[in-house]
Design a protein around this ligand. Structure first.
Ligand SMILES: Cc1cc2nc3c(=O)[nH]c(=O)nc-3n(C[C@H](O)[C@H](O)[C@H](O)COP(=O)(O)O)c2cc1C
Length: 193
C-alpha cells in the first residue's frame, strides 16, 4: 500500500513559533506512522495581501499557484494555527484566500481543498490553547472552501511551557490526542491515495 502524502503547514513564520514547533512534532510523528511528509513554511511562499483586481486581470501571484500545486500533490494537510484576536493569523488566511482563487485548466472551484483531508491544531501561550483559532479555521476550510476536516483537533495550552528539550509534548494527554489525530488523518488520507 503506498504511503499517503501529508503536507504540514504552520500558520506562523515567527522565529521561535510554538506552531512551527507543533508542526515539526506532527511531521515527526506522521513519519513514524508511515506517512510521506512534506513540511513547508509560508515564508517560502510570500504573497501580497489578496487583491481582487489582480485576480480579475488573471494575474495571480506565482506563489499562490505554487502553494496550490503543493496542496494538490498531497492526500492530507495538517495545519498548526496560531490564534490572533480569536481567529487565524492574517498570514494563514491570506494564503488560503489566494489558493482558493487559483484555477488551472479544468480545475473545479476550490480544487486544492477537494479530494484530500485536513487536520487542524493550534498552540498558544494562553490557557485556551488557541481553541478559537481552530473554530475559525474549521469554518474557513469547511464552509468557505468545502474541505473535509476531521473532527479530531488539538489545542496545545500554555505552549511556551508545553514542549521538552527534545521538542516533544510534556503532557501525556495532549501528546496522545495529537497521535490519535494524526493516526486518523493518515487513515483518511489513504482513502485519497
Ligand atoms: C495580534 C495578536 C493577537 C493575538 N490574539 C490572541 C488570542 O486571541 N488568543 C490567544 O490565545 N493568543 C493570542 N495572541 C498570542 C499568540 O497566541 C502568541 O503570540 C503565539 O505565540 C503566536 O503563535 P506562534 O508562537 O506560533 O507565532 C495574539 C498575538 C498577536 C500578535
Amino acid at each position: 500500500m503506498p504511503s499517503p502524502k501529508i503536507l504540514v503547514i504552520p500558520g506562523s513564520n515567527r522565529a521561535g513559533s510554538h506552531n512551527v514547533r507543533l508542526a515539526a512534532l506532527a511531521a515527526k510523528e506522521l513519519t513514524l506512522i508511515d506517512a510521506d511528509v512534506t513540511r513547508i513554511s509560508l515564508q517560502d511562499y510570500p504573497l501580497p495581501l489578496y487583491d481582487a483586481d489582480l485576480e480579475v486581470r488573471n494575474d495571480l501571484p506565482a506563489n499562490a499557484v505554487k502553494l496550490k500545486q503543493m496542496m494538490m500533490a498531497h492526500h492530507g494537510v495538517f495545519i498548526a494555527s496560531p490564534e490572533y484576536s480569536a481567529s487565524v493569523t492574517p498570514l494563514l488566511k491570506n494564503a488560503i484566500d489566494w489558493v482558493s482563487r487559483v484555477r488551472e485548466r479544468n480545475d473545479p472551484l476550490y480544487a486544492a481543498f477537494r479530494n484530500r483531508v485536513f487536520a487542524i491544531s493550534a498552540a498558544s501561550p494562553e490557557r485556551s490553547g488557541g481553541l478559537r483559532s481552530l473554530m475559525a479555521l474549521r469554518q474557513i476550510l469547511e464552509l468557505g472552501c468545502g474541505a473535509l476536516v476531521i473532527p479530531e483537533q488539538v489545542a496545545v495550552q500554555q505552549a511556551d511551557q508545553a514542549f521538552d528539550d527534545m521538542d516533544n509534548l510534556i503532557e501525556l494527554r495532549t501528546a496522545n490526542l495529537l497521535r490519535a489525530q494524526l493516526a486518523r488523518l493518515v487513515e483518511m488520507a489513504r482513502l485519497f491515495a
